[in-house]
Design a binder for this molecule. Structure first.
Ligand code: ACM
Length: 262
């Protein structure tokens, strides 16, 4: 299958313009799966929860209709990050739009820095979705620093981690190599580029979107400041082979009886 990550700079507050940009970038290449950054419709640095609510969408909202239609037409699964309004609650979420019309949702579990003033932490365990026989899991940005999130997805059977991001710390692109190796899964990190200076903060996002194989090979890594649509050929079945050696199965050999996790 062809797997694509899209790296671009969302414009803060311009939901319509950002959606148009996403549609234009998606038109550039064909792939079976595209992953886009975290909060790709709204931008990142909100002044307040009220401001974020004003820029949020419902998962079933008509704002996603054109993207859902494109998923059907291109026969592609599209994962995109957005501020999710669920009643009066607000989550930092990703929606997975599948060619057969599903809208699967993931709500970021590990909120970063001042996101905690804006969003509620995710209230649903990471879940794997089967799309034409390929098992896809979603996680969002700072979820990377908790190995449990990727591990939960691997234990639930994920072949590919769809990891939309707005990374500012430098560690993640290399850390995701480890997340892939320790779970023997593909990871697709779609990060944004550019800067935002708002709410008394000045953040620069590091780009370096990447696709990593179950053996930790960086199949492609984007630059730090360039808009890019990166597509690589992958064989998702490679993620089903959990044998590091004939004696070592990465998941079955875990020793939870020996781990003191609390
Ligand atoms: C982040 O979680 N957006 C760094």
């Amino acid at each position: 299958m062809k797997a694509g990550v899209i790296q671009f700079a969302p414009e803060f507050g311009d939901v319509t313009g950002n959606m148009d940009r996403i549609l234009a970038l998606l038109a550039l290449k064909d792939a079976d799966l595209f992953v886009l950054p975290e909060l790709a419709l709204s931008g990142y640095l909100f002044e307040s929860r009220e401001e974020a609510l004003g820029l949020a969408q419902r998962a079933d909202g008509q704002e996603f209709d054109e993207l859902a239609q494109l998923a059907r037409e291109k026969d592609a699964t599209i994962v995109v990050g957005f501020a999710e309004r669920a009643g009066e609650e607000l989550y930092n979420s990703s929606v997975m739009l599948t060619p057969d019309g599903r809208r699967e949702i993931y709500r970021k579990i590990q909120l970063f820095y001042r996101e905690r003033e804006i969003f509620l932490p995710g209230n649903m365990p990471p879940t794997v979705h089967d799309v034409a026989g390929v098992r896809l899991g979603m996680m969002i940005c700072f979820d990377w620093i908790y190995p449990e999130v990727a591990r939960s997805l691997a234990l639930a059977g994920a072949d590919i981690l769809c990891h939309g991001s707005n990374l500012v710390l430098p560690y993640c692109p290399d850390a995701m190599v480890t997340r892939s190796i320790e779970n023997r899964v593909f990871s697709m990190t779609a990060n944004r580029i550019g800067s935002e200076k708002r709410a008394g903060e000045d953040l620069t996002f590091i780009g370096m979107s990447e696709i990593v194989s179950p053996k930790g090979e960086i199949l492609s890594r984007a630059g730090t400041g360039t808009e890019e649509v990166v597509v690589v050929d992958i064989n998702p079945a490679a993620a089903r082979d959990k044998a590091v050696t004939p004696y070592n199965d990465i998941l079955n050999d875990r020793r939870p009886d020996m781990y003191r996790l609390s």
